[in-house]
Write a new protein. Structure first.
Length: 437
């Protein structure tokens, strides 16, 4: 791509300012995803991998890109800036956010390496808004676009709801505490299901949304609108309903803010959220395990956990880089079958949601690295130490997920193992759902 084109390049500023939006919305196949005119101090050229259309991107063996990325990660880890810069120059010629899955992932992995070298990862992570609307005229968030394109997020709703419905089938007083309530759509489905259950609706269904500053910003305000929407739906379904909200700023404060009523069947929902809670590797307070112990002390009827099946929490950097590369190769392949490569919604969703996580895992360390995934085997150990016993998911839960998967590509797989469900892409496990009590 010539330097005289109108393209805006996807690259980092050498000195990051939180006010700068480094990943601006993709507007067309001819416009790149981000604009910064300054070149990186670690590259002898400006980045030209940001916006080339897929037809103009040179085809390369995926192994070439992966090998260059891994060698570059090793050089960055060793502090060999000269080698890292040379490898980045080579990578810039063959990666593209609008290319094939390996090229797209390569662009974001490369940007993560730059962020690590320039210690700007945390600022970039915070600047990307996955769950807020793209504009005042576009009410669909980037996350909602991903929800339509691939089943990883719909899996979280469907599997958890099916497990919860089974657990509270005979309960008349139900209290759901959701740690990632978003717009509350998951509980709209539960309200409808409870309204038509054989024994009739419960005497009371209470939903508590656990909120934090990021969610409030993304939503454009607090949870009031979510509560009003669910309350109106519940009234139309003749389901007695109450909505509350609690702060997640501190584990101890959270318990104080929960409105607990004796005799209620407590339900806790953790969809893609526990991996954000710092553990013993970040802080000696170990909020991750403390939160689990607090919840267990409330004797829940069921707790549903949905997490990525990936090991990026305590691994050394190069191992974490390899794991991230392997995991997101599968994810980008699965997205590739759903939308055209120059689809602007797809490009923006990848950038603001998927790349956001990649930047955190590669470009950040310590308390600033908020994306800290663990394998289900590790979650099992944590839950057991906190006093939980696993509640095996029934075949009926798996059937609900299978029905949902009929709307997606046949390369998606579903397997049951040790009472949990594993959603995969081809032969790679991507997401797990398990239930606990």
């Amino acid at each position: 791509m010539s330097s005289g084109s109108n393209e805006q390049f996807f690259t980092l500023e050498s000195s990051f300012s939180p006010a700068n939006h480094l990943f601006t919305p993709y507007e067309s196949p001819q416009t790149a995803a981000s604009v910064l005119s300054d070149t990186s101090p670690y590259s002898s050229q400006g980045s030209n991998y940001g916006g080339a259309s897929s037809s103009s991107v040179p085809t390369r063996n995926p192994l070439d890109i992966n090998q260059l990325l891994l060698r570059c990660a090793e050089a960055v880890s060793e502090g060999d800036l000269s080698t890292a810069g040379a490898l980045m120059d080579a990578l810039e010629q063959i990666v593209s956010i609008s290319g094939d899955p390996v090229q797209r992932l390569g662009a974001y992995m490369l940007e993560g390496l730059r962020a690590r070298m320039e210690t700007s990862g945390s600022g970039i992570y915070k600047s990307l808004r996955c769950t807020e609307p793209a504009s005042s005229s576009e009410m669909m968030s980037y996350m909602q676009v991903l929800y339509q394109m691939c089943p990883y997020w719909k899996f979280a709703y469907v599997a958890a709801n099916a497990a919860i419905q089974e657990a509270v089938e005979d309960e008349d007083r139900i209290h759901v505490v959701d740690f990632q309530i978003a717009q509350g759509s998951q509980w709209a489905d539960l309200i409808k299901a409870l309204a038509i259950r054989q024994r009739g609706p419960p005497h009371i269904l209470r939903v508590t949304g656990v909120d934090d500053a990021d969610s409030t910003h993304a939503r454009g305000g607090g949870l009031r609108i979510v509560g009003e929407t669910l309350s109106e739906l519940a009234a139309s379904c003749d389901v007695p309903f109450e909505f509350h909200q609690a702060s997640m700023s501190d584990v101890r404060l959270l318990r104080e803010n929960l409105v607990l009523v004796p005799g209620e069947a407590m339900v806790f929902n953790f969809p893609y959220v526990l991996h954000h809670v710092p553990d013993e590797s970040v802080n000696t307070d170990n909020y991750r395990d403390e939160l689990l112990r607090m919840v267990q002390g409330l004797s829940p009827r069921v707790l549903t956990l949905v997490e990525q099946e990936s090991n990026t929490n305590t691994s050394a950097f190069v191992h974490r880089f390899r794991e991230t590369l392997d995991y997101y190769t599968a994810m980008f392949e699965s997205i590739d079958v759903a939308r055209a490569r120059d689809d602007s919604q797809r490009l923006n969703a990848e950038m603001h949601c998927v790349a956001k996580d990649i930047i955190s895992m590669i470009g950040c360390e310590g308390a600033e690295r908020v994306e800290r995934h663990e394998l289900l085997a590790k979650w099992r150990a944590r839950f057991s130490l906190a006093g939980f016993a696993q509640r095996p998911l029934s075949p009926a839960v798996a059937d609900c997920v299978k029905d949902m998967l009929k709307d997606f590509h046949t390369n998606y797989t579903l397997e049951e193992h040790k009472g949990a469900l594993y959603l995969g892409w081809k032969n790679r496990a991507m997401v797990t759902c398990s239930a606990w009590r």
